[in-house]
Ligand binder design. Structure first.
Ligand SMILES: Cc1cc2nc3c(=O)[nH]c(=O)nc-3n(C[C@H](O)[C@H](O)[C@H](O)COP(=O)(O)OP(=O)(O)OC[C@H]3O[C@@H](n4cnc5c(N)ncnc54)[C@H](O)[C@@H]3O)c2cc1C
Length: 387
């Protein structure tokens, strides 16, 4: 039974089914295993794939039609995230572009910022990244040191960011910086930084070597007195950055929960198939009660988790998802992912340790979910604040 069989009513529509089929069709063509291997070898997804995604209408699916999007909602983002994960094509970070970064522009951008940027993001002309994390400020975002000094006609950005997804390929980076270095959270603003052509004062650092997700680029970024004009300040009012982040981080956390759900389902599918084929003591591995019980446990955990993630999606679409519930979804789905994938890998024996087996890749790719978008400990902190 696919986890989709426990779908809540929110996905039960011809519109969702049709969209899921078109996403699958797109991925079958553009995210085939050879493409995924190529991305891994190049340590980035090629531009042609992004352009094709834009052409297929997958970018900006939940952006208003007025700004070049398809006017959908988060259900469609979940469908894309799930389909990408089922194919092991996680390096193609459409969900980051669409469901994490674009909402900042759509919700907080001035009319001029929306008119200027959103159509370019929806067509794939411009790819995006979001740069919050710094070497000395990850979980503790308020401790960021990056500055945006006001100057004639704009701001000068100085500082360093690290671990930035899409950092090598992005054309536009949403950068968090403090307009007053001594200021606390109220000094944080978000800046729309156009880095096409690598302007003076901006440098992309290394494409970092990671434990997994090698096909997706992750970078250090350096800013040295980079000038940005006044209209680069998201929303046009300084000091709202932390509030904007707090408002949008719950959706990012739900995206990560969906990524985790897709990986869990893929791990289960791979493991069920493998155990049925693996001969052992005159039977198959699947014939042993231990195997059946383990897989029954994992499946139950997956279904329970999926029902909750569906529920949170329903709440988000209705504008009622609280930060605590989003944190629970991210925390729970990513912790379950680690446990289930580890257990599945065990059933593969030595083959599970070989990278030519998908379960080994899932094992490596899945480890980050408990860390990025806020570590599990930070999720617990956010949940505990509202006990
Ligand atoms: C592959 C990858 C992609 C990423 N993409 C992006 C991106 O696109 N943009 C971006 O801005 N950032 C990105 N990040 C950064 C990511 O969000 C941070 O790594 C994460 O928030 C943790 O911050 P940190 O790494 O500085 O760890 P730290 O803040 O140093 O935390 C280390 C550990 O301390 C513990 N801890 C933290 N806080 C608490 C607490 N309050 N109580 C108890 N224990 C605690 C946790 O176990 C945590 O894992 C990415 C990271 C990776 C690895």
């Amino acid at each position: 039974m696919s986890l989709d069989a426990v779908n809540s009513a929110i996905f039960a529509s011809e519109e969702c089914d049709q969209f899921a089929r078109s996403v699958d069709g797109f991925l079958a063509t553009h995210a085939a295993p050879e493409a995924i291997d190529r991305w891994r070898d190049n340590k980035r997804v090629d531009r042609a794939t992004w352009a094709a995604a834009g052409k297929a209408g997958l970018l900006g699916i939940s952006v208003d039609e007025d700004f070049g999007g398809a006017g959908g909602d988060f259900r469609f983002e979940a469908i894309i995230t799930k389909a990408v994960g089922h194919r092991g094509a996680d390096a193609l970070t459409i969900s980051l572009h669409n469901a994490v970064i674009l909402p900042y522009f759509a919700s907080f951008g001035t009319e001029a910022q929306k008119r200027h940027w959103l159509p370019k993001f929806c067509s794939g002309e411009c790819l995006t990244a979001i740069a919050m994390t710094e070497p000395a400020a990850g979980s503790d975002l308020q401790g960021m040191r990056m500055t945006a000094r006001a100057c004639e006609g704009g701001y000068r950005l100085s500082g360093q960011k690290t671990f930035i997804s899409n950092g090598q390929i992005a054309d536009v980076i949403l950068v968090a910086a403090k307009t007053d270095p001594a200021g606390g959270s109220r000094a944080i603003s978000l800046f729309i930084v156009d880095v096409r052509g690598d302007p003076q004062g901006f440098r992309r650092g290394r494409n970092l070597e990671k434990v997994g997700q090698e096909g997706q680029d992750t970078s250090e970024l350096f800013f040295d007195d980079l000038f940005v004009a006044d209209d680069a300040l998201l929303g046009g009012v300084a000091g709202r950055g932390l509030q904007q982040l707090m408002e949008k981080l719950p959706q990012e956390r739900l995206v990560i929960a969906w990524q985790a759900m897709a990986m869990i389902e893929r791990a289960l599918d791979e493991t069920i198939r493998y155990t049925r084929e693996r001969p052992m003591f005159g039977r198959t591995l699947a014939d042993f009660q231990n195997t059946q019980f383990k897989l029954a446990e994992y499946k139950t955990q997956a279904v329970v988790c999926r029902v909750f993630v569906d529920h949170c999606t329903d709440l988000l679409v209705r504008g009622a998802l609280t930060p605590e519930l989003a944190s629970m979804a991210k925390y729970w789905a990513s912790e379950e992912l680690s446990k289930i994938v580890d257990g599945c890998l065990q059933l593969f024996g030595g083959y599970g340790y070989m990278l030519e087996y998908p379960i080994a890749r899932i094992f490596r790719d899945s480890r980050i979910h408990r860390i990025y978008g806020g570590a599990s400990e930070v999720m617990k902190l956010l949940i505990a604040r509202n006990l």
